[in-house]
Design a protein around this ligand. Sequence first.
Ligand code: BV8
Length: 249
Amino acid sequence: RPDPRARVPRAPAGSRRVTPGLGGTPRIVVLTGAGISAESGVPTFRDAGGLWEGHRVEDVATPEAFELDPDTVQRFYDARRRAVASVAPNPAHDALAALERELGDDLLIVTQNIDDLHERAGSARVLHMHGELGRVRCVACEARTEAPGDLLPGPQCPTCGERMLRPDVVWFGEMPYGLDEIDVALAGCEAFVAIGTSGAVFPAAGFVLTASAFGATTIELNLAESEITPFFAESRLGPASRLVPEWVG
Ligand code: BV8
């Protein structure tokens, strides 16, 4: 397992880098993972034993898999898109939306999840670093648009008309979205809170070390100990639907 410390830029003691011109950075950065959606009925990667519809995520969530067997990958994401449409946000999503109504831009939610449960709970400032099930990207013209429904039948790109749409999600080996904005937020925040993530996937797994290197306090809310529990100042164990409303207070 890679040591996350190996990937974290060392912050000079006492430095708090804030890029000028980006205005105020959020006071609180929340990182959510599959665990925050578990009680809504969206299976997590780890609890499903890493298997989705009988596939290992690493075997279908890669550009190579899409190259080799696009129909299986499209079917995998069409099934997940339909499943997410039939579930609802839980009290953990609702509590974060209430917190945003109170804090506004002082709160940034960075989510690894590709579902839209934060938005459906009312959160507006959500950075989907691994993309979104509800959006597609055209392989021909790179346009990113709303998903027109299932991709297996091969619908046309609304921008260029080509029938080369793929899910707008970040696969293993692809560059996550928003890393510059996340980097600035981690350097300037006062608190970093991770909710329902195993810390198994990078670069998200290293965010706690960056935030604490810049002096933020760090809290983990998780059902069980994770790979990154040791790097948090505080770790609270329990279901997100109870821990998050308690933390928001
Ligand atoms: C990249 C979208 C280059 C698709 C996803 C060594 C070092 C560094 C990197 C690597 C390395 N080896 C390989 C890599 C690269 C790789 C990686 O990290 N691989 C892993 C397997 C080692 N990373 C990448 O490829 C990333 N890109 O590195 O680009 C780069 C380099 C440097 C800097 C920048 C870029 C891209 C990774 C994105 C992959 N796409 N999703 C899709 O969803 O289909 S990742 C996918 O898996 C999810 O999005 C999520 O991020 C991850 C699963 O993690 P979790 O969300 O944490 O979910 P999990 O099931 O694991 O855990 C659930 C947790 O919830 C548990 O802790 C459980 O206890 C808890 N829980 C359960 N129920 C509850 C609960 N908690 C509270 N309440 C409950 N009720």
